[in-house]
Design a protein around this ligand. Structure first.
Ligand code: PAF
Length: 281
C-alpha cells in the first residue's frame, strides 16, 4: 500500500493510474473497524484502484471534547488497510486540507442541514461538506463508498455531489453490526463492557418500531422506545425519528406506500451513538 501525505503527490499518482482503470474511494476518520473494512472490500470489488483517507476533520466537530477524545489508532489502521488490500492511503494534515484556515465556504443544504443530526450538531454537515469536497477534488473518484450507518450524512453527500456537479457515484453500503446487533462505530471503543452490552437497546428499539409500525400508534411507539432506552443505561436521547426515508420528514401516520427510516441518537456512558434502520413494507 502506498501512503501519501500531500494532495499534490496523490493527484499526480492518480492521474497516472486512471488511464488504466477506475478509482474507488473510502473516506474515513480512522479508528477503523469491520464497518470500514467492509467498505474497502466493496470498493475493491467495484473499482480497479482503492483509495482510503484517514483525516479527523476538525470542522465537523461541534463539540470540542468529542474531537479531542476521537480515537486515533494510526498504526493499527495501516495494518488493517494493508491486510484488506487497500492500494493507496491518503493521510493529509490540517494544513494540507485547510491551507487558508478552517472558516470556509458554506453550502446550501436546505432542510436536511437543520433537522435531526443537523439540529443537535450545528455546523456538522457544513464541516463534512467542506472536507469531502476537498478530498473529492483531489482524488476525483469514479465511486465513493459510504456507510448507511450515517444515513443523513449519505443524503447530504448525495446533495453535495449534485451541488458541486461532481461525476462521482455514491455507493451506500449496509451497516455492519456486532452479533448482538450493535452497529460498529469508532466511538464504541469508549464504551465500558456494561454499556456496550446495554447499547444493543438501540437495535432492539428499531426492531420494535419495525414490528409495530403498522399499528399506526407512532407516538406510543416512540414513548415505548424512550423507556426502553432509559431503562437500559441510556442517559439522554437526542431524537427518535420515524421518517420518510427519501426526505427525512417526520411521519405523522403510517402509510405503506412511503419508505420509512427509523433513526435514533442517544447517549450512553458519555458516548453519543447513532443508528438507523430502513423499513420496507
Ligand atoms: O463519516 C465519516 O467518517 C466522516 O464524516 C467523513 C465522511 C470521513 C468526513 O470527515
Amino acid at each position: 500500500m502506498i501512503i501519501l501525505k500531500t494532495g499534490l503527490e496523490l493527484s499526480i499518482l492518480l492521474e497516472k493510474i486512471t488511464c488504466n482503470g477506475t478509482i474507488g474511494y473510502v473516506p474515513t476518520m480512522g479508528a477503523l473497524h469491520e464497518g470500514h473494512l467492509s467498505l474497502i472490500k466493496k470498493c475493491k470489488s467495484e473499482s480497479t484502484f482503492t483509495v482510503c483517507s484517514i483525516f479527523v476533520n476538525p470542522t465537523q466537530f461541534n463539540d470540542k471534547s468529542d474531537f479531542e477524545k476521537y480515537p486515533v489508532k494510526l498504526e493499527e489502521d495501516i495494518a488493517l488497510l494493508i491486510q484488506a488490500g487497500c492500494d493507496i492511503l491518503f493521510l493529509p494534515n490540517v494544513k494540507e486540507l485547510y491551507p487558508d484556515g478552517t472558516t470556509l465556504e458554506t453550502y446550501n443544504l436546505g432542510a436536511l442541514e437543520t433537522i435531526w443530526e443537523g439540529k443537535y450538531r450545528p455546523g456538522h454537515f457544513q464541516g463534512v461538506c467542506q472536507v469531502v469536497q476537498r478530498l473529492l477534488s483531489i482524488i476525483k473518484p469514479n465511486k465513493l463508498f459510504m456507510g448507511q450507518k450515517d444515513y443523513q450524512q449519505c443524503m447530504i453527500i448525495q446533495q453535495l455531489i449534485h451541488l458541486i456537479d461532481f461525476k462521482t457515484e455514491l455507493v451506500i453500503c449496509s451497516t455492519i453490526r456486532e452479533a448482538s446487533g450493535l452497529a460498529m462505530s469508532s466511538r464504541n471503543v469508549r464504551l465500558s463492557l456494561k454499556a456496550k452490552t446495554a447499547a444493543v437497546a438501540i437495535f432492539d428499539s428499531m426492531q420494535y418500531v419495525k414490528d409495530n409500525l403498522s399499528s399506526n400508534e407512532l407516538e406510543n411507539i416512540k414513548a415505548k422506545v424512550t423507556s426502553n432506552l432509559m431503562i437500559n443505561e441510556f442517559s439522554s436521547i437526542d431524537y427518535i425519528a420515524i421518517c420518510n426515508a427519501l426526505t427525512l420528514e417526520s411521519l405523522t401516520k403510517y402509510d405503506s406506500s412511503v419508505p420509512v427510516v427509523v433513526m435514533i441518537a442517544a447517549f450512553i456512558d458519555g458516548v453519543r451513538l447513532i443508528d438507523n434502520m430502513l423499513i420496507s413494507h
